[in-house]
Design a protein around this ligand. Structure first.
Ligand code: ARG
Length: 270
């Protein structure tokens, strides 16, 4: 069974955590008074980069900007589908300046960047899957932005409402395993959205609250290997039973900012 899962090589965009810090609180994980070890964060991040490269993925980097401590969370800067870039408009004023250096990177790499009119935090809330884009709302990205995303890509957008402030971005509560299936934590969603997910993904991997609080849903899958927080042990066991290969990578220093593996990773889909 485990040989039936086929990996697809990915192109990732990331930002080194040179200026990483917790200086403000825009989600319940963030406590500006608690210390952050930047050296440890750098070492953890480098281990993630090594894991990606060791599994055949390409990693490109945006130069970090001093004074933008959350810039390491590259996933929030855009969502890219079929080589088209839908940029970001951050909810928090502290993060708004991040859009510019990412846009500059995309432009220099030959991409045009669409500017959303409504608050939109890229892959934090927009999760492209095989046939549609799953879109989170409730804390950051607005429903108006979901309409803009659908209009821009011409791909169906399925709006899902998040209800737990600890899971303020869709990518903290759900991740795609491959084109066909997802893993998620039902309690992070409104009752109606839970029903939508159950209809779309009757065979989904259902995570526990413990998995979710360990940032287990903030994972990156290449279709076979799942780069996952080592704290999400029950979820990793379920994935292994389904023929996926969990690759544990500890980003615990980033959990202090409310982020994990997926948050640090923007996928450039061609
Ligand atoms: N401190 C950041 C924020 O609250 C963390 C972002 C995490 N990124 C993500 N894709 N969930 O905006």
């Amino acid at each position: 069974m485990s040989d039936s899962r086929v990996p697809r090589r990915r192109r990732f965009l990331v930002c080194e955590p040179r200026h990483f810090a917790v200086q403000y609180a825009i989600n319940p994980w963030m406590h500006p008074d608690a210390p952050v070890d930047v050296g440890r964060a750098q070492a953890q991040w480098q281990a993630l980069m090594r894991a990606y490269r060791a599994h055949g993925h390409t990693v490109e980097t945006v130069e970090p900007v001093p004074g933008l401590p959350d810039m390491v969370f590259a996933a929030n800067a855009a969502v890219v589908v079929e080589g088209r870039v839908f940029g970001s408009l951050f909810h928090a004023p502290e993060r708004r300046p991040e859009s510019l250096p990412y846009e500059a990177w995309f432009k220099s790499a030959g991409f045009d960047v669409y500017h959303p009119e409504s608050v939109c935090e890229g892959e934090g809330d927009l999760v492209p899957t095989g046939r549609w884009i799953l879109a989170g709302t409730g804390f950051r990205t607005t429903r108006e932005a979901h309409r803009e995303v659908q209009e821009f890509f011409g791909v169906p957008v399925i709006s899902l409402t998040l209800v737990d402030p600890y899971f303020y971005h869709l990518d903290t509560a759900l991740f795609p395993l491959d084109e066909e299936n997802v893993a998620y934590y039902p309690e992070a969603f409104s009752p109606g959205s839970r029903e939508v997910l159950a209809r779309l993904y009757p065979d989904a991997v259902i995570a526990t609250g413990e998995d979710a609080r360990a940032f287990g849903l903030n994972s990156v899958s290449d279709g076979r290997h799942v780069f996952i927080s080592p704290g999400a042990t029950a979820l990793a066991d379920q994935l292994a039973d389904r023929g996926y290969v969990p690759v544990p990578v500890d980003l615990s220093e980033f959990h202090k900012a409310g982020g994990g593996i997926k948050c640090c990773t923007q996928e450039i889909r061609s």
